[in-house]
Design a protein around this ligand. Structure first.
Ligand code: ATP
Ligand code: MG
Length: 405
């Protein structure tokens, strides 16, 4: 099988499913040529807990995607999540040394290096350095300073770090599946590429990816990230609560959650019942659907309150953002969008992937936001010398910086 020029591959290592996408640029859209999907075995809350099991799942996904795309995957961009991720805002300032006090790329590199966090926790490394903006001699609001004149260049950044062992184990897993890692990308950065519009990133938007194991938050404003956090809770916790509360197998609890669950129990008629298998036997029992929804509501409320606390910590003022976008499979829970709107006090919409072309419409779903967004991200920073990059301006600087990590 060949590798067609211009194609890039992504691997989303999710807690509940692993997904591979192969795609290429088609005008302003991304055309997805092939996808592979497999239940995730060996990941816990976004972290590799069993390398060979995870590698096996990755291989299964790769084979599926390669067959569909008629393209071989030699290297890929891979998502990273988990609660070891740390995002901090930093700044750095340097003297402009370019000829005639003109800012050259080298000046930017020095300013960016100066903005490295001074207290990187032991065992951690920098994953992304995302520029928020530059200033020259105290005049801020500069997106691209190259070619401008001044004495002092300052940069503000959002720096994302992760435990080195987490990153290394991801690389080991992917290598075991015979694929080279092109880059490791924070999940919410990838998901944003699939579901947010440029306007939303500019105006101020909170992206919340509710996955199986974790809830990933990132706050965008003026085109940049200002806050990122990973909460150790997701849809799998709701399923577990149901399985324990109803004494039912996990698989049945998951099915009931998706088909009959809601975060508004009071809207469920008193007399509605649900049939469910008893744990450890095939005997069917009937229980009140309202009880099911009460269990879901309790955990749903906890997740939403944790999101609210995260935003308060980041000093995000609801009146200053255009809204919240909920994505990830967990966002599909019935009533969650409406409840999030009440709890967070802002407009909330569901984040479906936009500007993707695919024959497989099923993947245009919030659960695939990370895998799809990763293809767009990869496509933007992919450095194939035989191809002309299709991006410019601020994006170029940001991706140039990210590409160097
Ligand atoms: N229709 C639905 N209603 C309620 N929950 C749903 C629905 N569809 C999917 N989910 C839940 O979404 C979660 C999986 O989401 P997703 O596929 O985004 O997670 P993941 O990427 O595997 O995990 P993570 O990002 O946490 O590592 C599961 O808990 C699943 O039960
Ligand atoms: Mg995910």
């Amino acid at each position: 099988m060949p590798k067609t020029k211009g194609t890039v591959a992504s691997i989303d290592l999710g807690t509940t499913k692993i997904c591979v996408c192969i795609g290429r640029l088609a005008g302003n859209d991304i055309e997805i040529l092939g996808t592979g999907w497999h239940p995730s075995a060996g990941l816990r809350k976004g972290i590799v807990a069993n390398l060979s099991e995870t590698a096996k799942s990755v291989k299964a996904c790769l084979e599926q995607a390669e067959r569909e795309a008629e393209n071989v995957v030699e290297s890929a961009y891979v998502s990273v999540g988990g609660t070891y991720l740390r995002g901090v805002n930093t700044s750095g300032e340097v003297e402009v040394l370019g000829r005639g006090n003109c800012v050259f790329p080298e000046d930017i590199s020095r300013a960016v290096a100066e903005a490295d966090p001074k207290d990187i926790p032991e065992g951690y490394e920098i994953l992304h350095k995302l520029t928020q903006g530059f200033s020259l001699d105290g005049h801020g609001g500069i997106d691209e300073p190259i070619g401008m004149t001044g004495n002092h260049l300052a940069v503000k950044m959002h720096v994302v770090m992760n435990a080195s062992a987490v990153i290394q184990n991801i690389a080991n897993t992917i290598n075991q599946a015979n694929v080279v890692v092109n880059g490791v990308v924070m999940q919410q950065l990838a998901a944003a590429e699939a579901v947010l519009t440029q306007d939303e990133k500019e105006l101020g938007t909170v992206l919340v990816d509710i996955g199986g194991g974790t809830t990933d938050i990132s706050v965008y404003n003026r085109g940049s990230i200002w806050h990122s956090e990973v909460l150790p809770m997701g849809g799998a916790l709701i399923t577990k609560d149901l399985a324990i509360g109803l004494k039912a197998p996990l698989q049945d609890a998951e099915e009931i959650k998706k088909t009959l669950g809601s975060v508004f129990p009071t809207e469920v008629p008193d007399e509605e019942i649900v049939e469910i298998r008893e744990m450890g036997s095939n005997r069917q029992r009937v229980i009140s659907r309202r009880l099911v929804c009460q269990i879901i509501e309790a955990r749903g409320d906890e997740i939403l309150k944790s999101i609210k606390n995260s935003l308060a910590k980041a000093k995000v003022r609801p009146e200053l953002i255009s809204g919240v976008v909920l994505t990830g499979g967990g966002a599909l829970l019935q009533g969650l969008r409406e409840k999030a709107q009440d709890t967070l006090g802002v407009e909330v919409r569901l984040g479906y992937p936009i500007n993707f072309r695919t024959k497989n419409k099923e993947i245009l779903n919030p659960g695939y936001a990370t895998a799809l967004g990763l293809v767009r991200y990869a496509r933007d920073i992919h450095q194939d010398p035989s191809e002309k990059p299709a991006w410019s301006g601020l994006m170029k600087i940001k991706t140039w910086l990210m590409g160097k990590i």
